[in-house]
Design a protein around this ligand. Structure first.
Ligand code: NAD
Length: 474
């Protein structure tokens, strides 16, 4: 099918590439001319695992093109709107980019179009789109509006798009449902050449859930708000563990074994960030408020999250006594691993707080340096974790990139000013960090002091089970 995708960001680019991968002819538009030129020249405007290869293959096969929004509107019978919906100052989602696309469709499109909102939008946006199209269309446009919220995660967007748990569509006409089913058929059947796995394991067929448009829009906001709530819950629990001397990792494990709770999103840290959770929680609060529903539960979720960086700063102050003049090594900038996205990342708030207190920050991130540099030019950006840690008074772990698991602690010990690691993501095992010679402070766990030669050695990790229960050697 000929499909258009408007907006070549994390969602739009993944959608365009993956729809081309499963056999559609896709035209993707982008209004940022720098990004568009990059894409037209075969360069990537963002980092996302596997995406570049999928785009290259699709362009080579003549199934993916990049150009203007006007040309995109002329191209496909199905138009996916994937533009940004950032927060306004009052928390509402800014729908001006969506409205701009609707206006362009009304002005330029003729014949039939299925207009699909994939951007995350407040409930009843579909109804507004319908109204807008009917009032402004000029060329005898016939159309359906559908909602198709996107659940992909940055860092695994291609995999998530091609192997989703569910595909949700919100439709108010049988024609829209039939077309969306046709578009997604290869994914529903899991029949396509998988660009992620060499021998693609059997994936469970995704559930194709068709609802009305309002419900589909709500499913997305409710899902993100629920996950954010889980994160804030475990973060608050981590605070409690720190006070009463419990280990949040063990508490989370014990909770997660209950299938009604599940283990995911129970990792405490310095808070959620990115272009989804913070703004979607805000927007959902505003939707509830405007609808007269008291969803103050979500206000607490947001409040807890906003306090995370300050809580982390308190740990830093406690360890360093005076922050002014200290050299801080920051490992990780992206809001999560495997992405270069720093939008609403806790790292940005943390760096601002450190700089305000007079610290010097040397940061390293495998992918997000360039994007962070545009926001915070006053930071020293380094080529690797070692360079960032040279002469550091503290190493802060802010993003749990896999490569941090592989560092040579002996080498680091000889480079740092103070052997201190403050881990905002609970990446390491306290006893092992102590054996490595570092004071280790993490979230919701008992801090580990560096191992003294005369001190009793903790059990080696080979004898330690995941759940912290020591095995007795035979
Ligand atoms: N990033 C995620 O993980 C994720 C996941 C699910 C849903 N979403 C939602 O998807 C939407 C897009 O998110 P994103 O992260 O891809 O944002 P993004 O900012 O990376 O991408 C949006 C792109 O749309 C472009 N754009 C704006 N107006 C345009 C127009 N008129 N014509 C062509 N291009 C235009 C922008 O220049 C930008 O490149 C948001 O509503 C977001 O909440 C994001």
């Amino acid at each position: 099918m000929k499909i258009s995708v408007i907006g070549a960001g994390y969602v739009g680019l993944t959608t365009a590439a993956c729809l081309a991968q499963i056999g559609h002819d896709v035209f993707c538009s982008e209004s940022d001319l720098e990004k568009l030129t990059k894409l037209q020249n075969g360069a990537m405007p963002l980092f996302e695992p596997h995406l570049e290869d999928v785009i290259k293959a699709a362009c080579k096969a003549g199934r993916l093109y990049f150009g203007s929004t006007e040309d995109a509107i002329a191209w496909g019978n199905a138009i996916f709107i994937c533009v940004g919906t950032p927060p306004l100052a009052n928390g509402d989602a800014d729908l001006s980019a969506i409205e701009g696309v609707a206006r362009a469709i009304a002005k330029h499109a003729s014949g039939y179009r299925l207009v699909i909102e994939k951007s995350t939008v407040p409930v009843q946006t579909g109804a507004q789109l319908q109204k807008h199209l009917s009032v402004h269309s000029r060329n005898g446009l016939a159309y359906d509006v559908a909602s198709n919220p996107e659940f992909l995660r940055e860092g695994s967007s291609v995999e998530d798009f091609l192997h989703p748990d569910r595909i949700v569509i919100g439709v108010d006409s049988p024609r829209a449902e039939v077309l969306l089913r046709q578009i997604y058929e290869p994914i529903i059947q899991q029949k396509f050449t998988c660009p992620v796995h060499a021998n693609c394991p059997t994936h469970k067929d995704p559930i194709f859930l068709a609802t009305d448009t309002n419900s589909a829009e709500l499913i997305k906001h409710a899902s993100n708000s629920f996950l954010a709530m889980k994160i804030s819950f475990i973060n608050m629990l981590a605070n409690l563990c720190e006070v009463v001397g419990a280990d949040v990792t063990q508490v989370a494990r014990g909770m997660g074994l209950d299938p009604r709770i599940g283990p995911s999103f129970l990792n405490p840290g310095i808070g959620f960030g990115g272009f989804c959770f913070p703004k979607d929680v805000q927007a959902f609060i505003r939707i509830a408020e405007k609808s007269g529903c008291d969803f103050s539960l979500l206000r607490e979720v947001e409040k807890i999250n906003l306090r995370r960086v300050e809580h982390f700063m308190e740990k830093i102050r406690k360890e360093l006594w005076v922050v002014r003049g200290k050299k801080i090594a920051m490992w990780g900038l992206a809001f999560k691993p495997n992405t270069d996205d720093v939008r609403f990342a806790p790292s940005i708030t943390l760096i601002r707080a450190l700089l305000a207190e007079g610290a010097a920050v040397c940061a390293y991130d495998p992918e997000a340096t360039e994007k962070a540099r545009t926001i915070l030019p006053e930071v020293t950006y380094c080529a690797d974790a070692y360079e960032a840690s040279k002469g550091a008074d503290a190493i802060l772990i802010v993003t749990e990139w896999d490569e941090f698991q592989q560092v040579d602690w002996t080498r680091l010990l000889s480079m740092v000013e103070q052997p201190l690691v403050i881990d905002g993501r609970n990446v390491f095992i306290p006893e092992e960090m102590s054996e490595n010679g570092f004071r280790y402070v993490s979230i919701g766990r008992v801090d580990a002091l560096p191992c003294q030669p005369c001190a009793e050695k903790p059990a080696p990790s080979s004898l330690r089970a995941d759940n912290g229960v020591y095995e007795v050697p035979a």
